[in-house]
Design a protein around this ligand. Sequence first.
Ligand SMILES: [Zn+2]
Length: 218
Amino acid sequence: MTCPSCNSDDYEILKTKGKKNKELLVKCNDCEHTYWTPAPEEVHAVKVRVIISEFEKSWKTSVELFSDEYLEVGTLLYIDDKDVEVTSIENSEEKRVFECPVIDIKTIWAKSLDTQARIGLTIDNHGIVLSHKIEVERDFIFAIGDVGEVYGKKFRIYAFKTLERNMRKGYAYAKVIKRIYGRLLPNNDKSKVKYDLSEYVVKTTIKDKEKNKDNYFN
Ligand SMILES: [Zn+2]
């Protein structure tokens, strides 16, 4: 605090009032001017509730954040020995917000980044290409010939592109796959679905090769 009269920062606190937003009555030691001023905010650690999801499980934990900070969706935090990304914030009025002062946060939702591999999934249907970005557990295994489903559409995997090669047979861990290629199966196909990837889709693009037009949703 500096004196508004002489700019000295040598002062004495005579009185305080207020609980949450404290005001101080201050006397300057140099010119003896006395004035009321808002108390400087005391920064302290606030314990905030966090729900972390990791693939199919989730758990409650907490994190300590500075009281004078803001938190926003997309922020990376390190909690429970994991890198996590904030996906949603609920404030003290129980509303979902994009950003929030730390002191007003009720719950943080975050997803663990430790086990996630981001993969392209391209499904071809006679010229219409459905292109998805999916995030799955790094150790998830995909095999050529697997029948999967996404948003109610069944497809069979016929190729992968991994970090270093193209594969037409065999299997691979998600962590080394860059892109999966599948063909859409007809509605009446009876193949058993091995996995439904709908909830792991983070982005979808539809491309019509013939019209050369892109449509985006999501
Ligand atoms: Zn002064």
